[in-house]
Design a protein around this ligand. Structure first.
Ligand code: ZN
Length: 137
């Protein structure tokens, strides 16, 4: 089953908790057991699972990535659209996560949230694609 929703981002870089949006899709699908794939079809954004309760984790995550992949480091792609760092961060973070479904809900750990990673915002329309694969009986 294929589902999709969009998220608008407000900063050049930010993490947005989309757990509730994904859980809502799981509810709509009426699937008890299986897996849920959350995928973002963009080259300068990503999807991660991590803690969202303490907002400082989001800031720490972005600043740690920035230390490893600085915004300007003489990237060749910056001659075209000045966002090479966002492409590299997106590739390292990854474009999807797979979450087991348990009893009709996302089987996340207590401190896990699904987060969209914006690396080249703000963007009015980031697509998030959800595939729900029911377990075969
Ligand atoms: Zn680019």
């Amino acid at each position: 089953m294929h589902y999709e929703f969009t998220v608008s981002t407000k900063s050049s870089e930010e993490l947005i908790d989309i757990t509730n949006n994904v859980e809502e899709v799981v509810q709509k699908s009426d699937t008890r057991e299986g897996v849920c794939i959350v995928y973002i079809p963009h080259a300068t954004a990503g999807i991660i699972l991590n803690e969202s309760a303490d907002p400082n984790i989001k800031r720490d995550f972005l600043s740690a990535l920035d230390r490893v992949i600085p915004r300007h480091a003489g990237y060749l792609h910056d001659r075209i659209d000045n966002n090479a760092h966002a492409h590299i961060k997106s590739a390292i973070v990854g474009s999807s996560v797979t979450i087991p479904l348990s009893d009709g809900h996302l089987g996340l750990g207590t401190w896990q949230a699904v987060m969209l990673c914006e690396f080249d915002g703000p963007r009015s329309r980031r697509r998030v694609v959800i595939k729900i694969i029911p377990a075969s009986a």
